[in-house]
Ligand binder design. Structure first.
Ligand code: G3I
Length: 370
């Protein structure tokens, strides 16, 4: 079986979801949320994307086909991180980042650029230079502006959306004072990054991206306050990304209401890194729970008209970051290690189908012709 998530890569048409509307009406009366299950979608664009490994993308034709025929948007999982693109000071290595963007350009895929300002995956020359005092704070600020400008200008017109600032908040919703950038540049680094990004590519959509902000909780409350403050100060922020790395213990039942409150600020919202990990080994019960959570995330995005994209953080357990980073956990993706679809795969499709998203886009047509 091949992936067919390209079904919603462009404009989709709502054709009715009467049965499911009833289900959501019951939910809505409890929450006070007046959303329907499927947000009005007369001219809605909802991109379904995946994170990609530059290495697999350039060397495995099966991987390429799955991305090409399965998704309308790609996010380089690591290829644009600072440690990879500038491993030595002023010496850029564009090999992997270019490979992803060239692939996307060749196959009419959108790209979410990931990520310009993050306290992790920084090159040693930068962190060591700061630690040793050879890079002072004023110089660091100039280096950051140059980094943002260099990446965005290189890909202007080809990368339409950027995670400008990644993971700026602490779990309690305050700005993370332990973050490398905060420690050296203070909270102003966030606003500065967006201002510099807008100057580098005024057409790009600029996102603040974070994790554990999917539910209505203290961290998402803090994010909401921060975003409101940035908007009020005229900072050019276009959207908020909700990573959505969750476990099978997580229900995501407040995700929809949370997306809506950010959308109501006049921002786009996106699910940017969805995966649902489980304690290993997988069981039928865990796979069913996982499918429910994937469906809930998809439905939440579908219900909010400003939810512009849903990206999974890789499509197969064969390439997942989870087992190495979180031993004992895994099986987080839509396909298993053998690239067989799991119940979650069907659940995502069912949610999309229920909102009348068509399967007649270019990529889907190409898929059918194969
Ligand atoms: O490429 C080197 C390889 O040469 C080396 O031998 C090996 C030894 O550790 O490391 C390899 O690099 C690893 C890289 O992934 C590529 O596989 C890094 O150690 C490892 O830290 C890195 O992990 C990535 C992580 O971000 C840190 O950048 C994950 O693949 C990636 O999925 C993860 O993605 C993050 C998002 O960017 C932000 N949100 C959370 C998400 C999950 O942690």
């Amino acid at each position: 079986m091949k992936l067919r998530l390209s079904a919603v890569r462009r404009v989709a048409v709502r054709t009715g979801a009467a049965a499911l509307t009833a289900v959501v009406a019951a939910d809505a009366s409890a929450s006070g949320d007046t959303d329907t299950f499927c947000a009005p979608a007369a001219a809605r664009t909802l991109k379904i994307g995946t994170a990609v490994h530059a290495g697999a993308l350039t060397s495995e034709s099966g991987y390429q086909d799955r991305v090409r025929y399965g998704f309308g948007s790609v996010t380089p999982e690591n290829a644009m991180k600072w440690a990879l693109v500038e491993p030595r000071r002023n010496t850029y290595d564009w090999t992997s980042a270019d490979a992803v963007v060239d692939f996307a350009t060749a196959h009419n895929e959108s790209v979410r650029g990931h990520t310009l300002v993050w306290g992790k995956s920084l090159p040693g020359w930068l962190t060591d230079g700061v630690a040793q005092g050879t890079i002072g704070d004023a110089q660091l600020k100039a280096i950051l502006q140059s980094h943002i400008t260099t990446l965005m200008k290189r890909y202007a017109g080809r990368v339409g959306v950027w995670d400008v600032v990644n993971e700026a908040l602490a779990e309690d919703g305050t700005v993370d004072t332990g973050n490398f950038w905060y420690r050296h540049l203070g909270e102003a680094y966030i606003a500065d990054a967006f201002t510099w990004a807008h100057a580098a590519d005024p057409a790009a959509k600029l996102y603040l991206n974070d994790f554990d902000t999917e539910p209505v909780n203290s961290k998402s409350d803090g994010l909401y306050t921060l975003v409101k403050k940035l908007r009020a100060a005229g900072v050019p922020i276009d959207g908020v990304g909700f990573q959505t790395h969750v476990t099978t213990d997580n229900t995501l039942h407040t995700l929809r209401a949370n997306l809506r409150r950010f959308a109501d600020l006049g921002l786009d919202v996106a699910i940017t890194e969805l995966d649902v990990r489980m304690p290993l080994p997988p069981t039928d019960a865990l796979l069913t729970t996982q499918a429910d959570i994937y469906a809930t995330a998809t439905e939440a995005c579908l219900a909010v008209s400003r939810c512009v994209s849903l990206t999974v953080w890789g499509f197969s357990d064969a390439y997942s970051w989870v087992p190495a980073a979180l031993p004992g956990w895994g099986a987080a993706d839509l396909l298993d290690q053998g690239l067989r679809p799991k119940p979650a795969y069907a659940a995502v499709h069912a949610a999309l189908d229920d909102c009348g998203f068509t399967t007649t886009t270019t990529a889907a047509a190409r898929h059918s012709a194969r």
